[in-house]
Design a protein around this ligand. Structure first.
Ligand code: KIV
Length: 284
C-alpha cells in the first residue's frame, strides 16, 4: 500500500478551523500545560490545546497572569507538544512579550514555535495589536486573537469583569473583531462578553470565534481544564461548568494513601519485588 502521509485521525490545523466555521461544526479547545494532560486531551479528540498563560494561576499559583515569562511558556508548551498529536497546539504570548514592539512580537512568537513547538500563538488585544498580528502572520506563524476580558489588562480593567455591555464598548469589540480578522488572525477568543454580542461578532466575521463566558452562539468553546474538572478553587467564574469532580477525587485518593501507609496496608505483596531470601540470611 502506498504511503500517502495521510493519518487515520485528522490532524487539526488552522485550515480545519476555517473549514469548521464554513460547515457550521462546533470547535473545542481546552488548556493543557503538561505532557500527560495533553495526551488525554488529544485522545479525547479535542480540536485544539491552548497552553494558556492561565498557567500562571492554575499551575504556578500567581493571583493573575502578569508574572508569566517566555521561559515558562516555552517550558510548558514543549511538554504539551510531546503529548499532542492531532490537536492544534496554540501557545499564549505572555504579558510584555509582544506589547513592547512589533519586532519583539515576531521574535517571541518565533521562540514559541522553535523552542515551544507551538503551531500557532495567541495574543490579547484589538486594533492596538493589529500590526503585531500582521507581522507574525507574515512570518508564517498563525495567530489566534483574544478579545473581551483580556486578563493581561486586569489592572486597566480594574478587575476580572464582563466586557462590552454598553453600546460604545460593544461597538469597540465588534470593530476589534473585524480588525483582527483583517490583520490575518485565524480565530478569535471572546472572553466574558454578553451572549448577544458574541453572536453578533460570530455572524460578522469570517474566522471562528471561540467563546469562554460568551454563550453558545460562538463557533467553538474553550475552558481551562482545572476549572472544568473542579481542581482549582481560588476562583469560580460563573461561566464554568464542572464536568467532573476530579479535585475532590484527588483529595480522597491522597487521604486513602495516607491512611493505608499509616496502617501498613500499602504497599501490599503485589506491589513488592521478590528475591532469593537465602541471600538475606547470608548478609552480615
Ligand atoms: O490563558 C488562558 O487559559 C486563556 C483562556 C482562558 C482563553 O487565555
Amino acid at each position: 500500500m502506498l504511503k500517502t502521509g495521510v493519518e487515520e485521525t485528522m490532524k487539526n490545523t488552522v485550515v480545519t478551523f476555517q473549514q469548521a466555521k464554513e460547515k457550521g461544526e462546533k470547535l473545542t479547545m481546552l488548556t493543557a500545560y503538561d505532557y500527560s494532560t495533553a495526551k488525554l486531551v488529544d485522545e479525547a479528540g479535542i480540536n485544539a490545546i491552548l497552553v494558556g498563560d492561565s498557567l500562571g494561576m492554575v499551575m504556578l499559583g500567581y493571583e493573575d497572569t502578569l508574572s508569566v515569562t517566555m521561559e515558562d511558556m516555552i517550558h510548558h508548551s514543549a511538554a504539551v507538544a510531546r503529548g499532542a498529536k492531532n490537536t492544534l497546539l496554540i501557545t499564549d504570548m505572555p504579558f510584555m512579550s509582544y506589547q513592547t514592539s512589533v519586532y519583539d512580537a515576531v521574535v517571541n512568537a518565533g521562540r514559541l514555535v522553535k523552542e515551544g513547538r507551538a503551531q500557532a500563538v495567541k495574543l490579547e488585544g484589538g486594533v492596538e495589536v493589529c500590526d503585531h498580528i500582521r507581522a507574525i502572520v507574515n512570518a508564517s506563524i498563525p495567530v489566534c486573537a483574544h478579545l473581551g476580558l483580556t486578563p493581561q489588562s486586569v489592572n486597566a480593567f480594574g478587575g476580572f469583569k464582563v466586557q462590552g455591555k454598553g453600546e460604545e464598548a460593544a461597538q469597540k469589540l465588534l470593530d476589534a473583531a473585524r480588525a483582527v480578522e483583517e490583520a490575518g488572525a485565524f480565530a478569535v477568543v471572546l472572553e466574558c462578553v454578553p451572549q448577544a454580542l458574541a453572536e453578533k461578532i460570530t455572524k460578522s466575521v469570517g474566522i471562528p470565534t471561540i467563546g469562554i463566558g460568551a454563550g453558545a452562539g460562538c463557533d467553538g468553546q474553550v475552558l481551562v481544564y482545572q476549572d472544568m474538572l473542579a481542581m482549582y478553587s481560588d476562583m469560580a467564574p460563573k461561566f464554568v461548568k464542572q464536568f467532573a469532580q476530579i479535585g475532590s477525587q484527588m483529595k480522597e485518593a491522597f487521604l486513602a494513601y495516607k491512611k493505608e501507609v499509616a496502617e501498613g496496608t500499602f504497599p501490599a505483596q503485589e506491589h513488592t519485588f521478590k528475591m532469593d531470601e537465602s541471600i538475606i540470611d547470608r548478609l552480615y
